[in-house]
Design a protein around this ligand. Structure first.
Ligand SMILES: O=C(CO)[C@H](O)[C@H](O)COP(=O)(O)O
Length: 144
């Protein structure tokens, strides 16, 4: 997959997201502090990664900031984006299964390297549920 990664600081966890995704064979594009773009604040960096997904330059994105909240809020402002702030593998699995999330938001403060690897395992293996209630919920997001 092609995955866009954004962060507002060149934190070790953010750098590990990039290296882990590449190690797993994904093509990675970077934004914000990870690419030394002029504007690396969370709202700008996260928007660029979300737009990569929206406009077909990436299949998915990972957006990071200290709490993860700002990065997820910014990504969710882009139409068609379903960004989920995930703190563990269970949440990441549910985000893919029940929410068909296309953007993973991470807290650089909370996410240890071990938990990050578990989150990425769950996120990358996850598939959207075909259950009619789940499909209806996702469809309704576009109607809201
Ligand atoms: O978590 C965040 C936003 O939700 C930011 O990472 C946090 O506000 C720190 O930003 P800055 O380093 O620019 O002060």
């Amino acid at each position: 997959m092609r995955i866009s990664v954004a962060a507002d600081s060149k934190d070790g966890v953010a750098e590990r997201v990039v290296s882990e995704l590449r190690r797993r064979g994904h093509e990675v594009v970077t934004h914000g502090a990870l690419s030394e773009e002029e504007r690396d604040d969370w709202a700008w960096a996260s928007e660029l990664a979300a737009r990569d997904v929206r406009e077909g330059r990436a299949d998915q994105a990972v957006v990071c900031c200290w709490t993860g909240t700002g990065a997820s809020i910014a990504a969710n402002k882009v139409p068609g984006i379903r960004a989920a702030l995930c703190v563990d593998a269970y949440t990441a699995d549910g985000a893919r299964k029940w929410n068909d999330a296309n953007v993973l938001a991470l807290s650089l403060r909370l996410t240890s390297e071990v938990v990050l690897d578990e989150i990425l395992d769950a996120w990358l293996a996850g598939r959207p549920s075909a259950d009619s209630a789940d499909v209806a919920n996702i469809s309704h997001l576009d109607e809201i």
